[in-house]
Design a protein around this ligand. Structure first.
Ligand code: M6R
Length: 369
């Protein structure tokens, strides 16, 4: 049932292009517009929304962090993202015009379920993004957008994450579409790019051998740091989470702009630092800033592992290891930038002799608070 792979995680990483394509299936019409009729919240209700609040845990929370960038950019609706386990304990401000999005692969995570119950008690509509048909979270929500990743067995979430991102982009673009923001042309262009993205994920998967070799060479390290900016920041957090749960290594993700506010003190000789570089097109200011971060940490002896867009020559002189990813629109970059980090963590776990599919102390779905 592992389809010839040693671990479910490897199989699930490989299934990502299909999972992504399946999640888009039937949701883009022939004219290139989104059709999310299945989301039983009407366009007029969606036009009333004045705030979006996303609640989720772990990897699903990271998908939510990325969704915030997309939602605020394409819809101009303020969006907050909160760990579901914190949400209801701080008396959040919610009402009938708040749209709460609960993201959960399993649909059974107790923290997320309690957060959505709290939101509904305040009169907010809840939209679930979920991978498991008929599970509790979608059953208790006002509406659901299913991800079509298929069953995810490995405890470490991979294909569910990529499909959660797709679902978040769909919701953001759809909200933008029904509300008619000034980004109409961009929204149409991104919908086109989104329909190509599964092929790009496939291309990344085809180039992973050097990433595996690199991971094996780092098996005796104690710490790996991850840096990113903008949507690359949640990608850095996700890379660090994968490494913690699979390799049992100390791993931390930082927003690169925070380095000088503390974390740069952690940089010492030979510590591996993975840097997710934004596209040199689009938000080029951020690109240039992160290139100077890479220079700074390398000057202090860090071993730099740079994930950058193909053709980004500016990073080459400062990278000890380069991982190229295809060019995508800025907001879609996490779709391709996360994949090498999944492969990296999985290979490190194997090299350290850890149980890949069933890491110690963890359960696939966390049904206690
Ligand atoms: O089933 P859920 O998406 O609600 O699960 C949330 C987290 O428990 C989950 O993403 C966890 O962080 C994964 N093990 C990460 O790989």
């Amino acid at each position: 049932e592992k389809g010839g792979y040693d671990y479910f995680m490897l199989k699930e990483i490989a299934e990502q292009p299909k999972a992504v394509a399946d999640t888009l299936l039937g949701r883009i019409d022939a004219a290139g517009s989104l059709t999310l009729d299945e989301v039983r919240i009407s366009p007029s209700e969606l036009r009333e929304v004045d705030k979006v609040v996303i609640v989720a845990c772990g990897t699903a929370f990271h998908a939510g962090l990325i969704a915030k960038y997309a939602i605020e950019h394409w819809t101009r609706i303020p969006c907050e993202v909160e760990l579901a386990s914190e949400f209801r304990y701080r008396d959040p401000i919610l009402d009938g015009r708040s749209l709460v999005i609960a993201i959960s692969q399993s649909g059974e995570t107790m923290d997320t379920l309690m957060a959505l119950r709290h939101a509904r008690e305040q009169g907010s509509k809840v939209l679930a993004i979920c991978n498991t048909n008929g599970s509790t979270i979608p059953r208790e929500s006002d509406a659901v957008l299913y991800t079509h990743a298929g069953p995810e067995v490995a405890v470490a979430s991979t294909k569910a994450f990529l499909t959660q991102l797709v679902a978040c982009y769909l919701v953001a673009l759809y909200l933008g579409q029904v509300r008619g923001t000034k980004w109409g042309d961009e929204i149409r262009a991104v919908i086109r790019d989104l329909s190509q993205i599964s092929g790009e994920v496939e291309r990344v998967l085809d180039t992973m051998e050097p990433v595996r070799a690199l991971a094996r060479s780092l098996a005796d390290k104690n710490t790996v740091l991850f840096l990113g900016r903008h949507v690359g920041y949640p990608v850095a957090l996700e890379g660090a989470l994968k490494l913690k749960e699979l390799a049992y290594m100390h791993a931390e993700g930082f927003a690169a702009g925070e380095l000088k506010h503390g974390p740069i003190a952690l940089i010492e000789e030979d510590v591996p630092v993975v840097v997710v570089v934004p596209s040199p097109r689009g938000r080029s200011v951020l690109h240039d800033k992160i290139v100077s971060n890479i220079q700074e940490i390398r000057a202090r002896g860090a071993r730099t592992i740079v994930i950058a867009e193909e053709g980004d020559e500016a990073v080459v002189p400062y990278a000890d290891h380069l991982i190229w990813i295809p060019a995508t629109p800025t907001l879609l970059q996490p779709m391709v930038a996360t994949v090498p980090l999944q492969v990296f963590a999985c290979e490190l776990a194997t090299a350290r002799g850890n149980e890949v599919d069933q890491p110690r102390n963890l359960a696939k779905s966390v049904t206690v608070e």
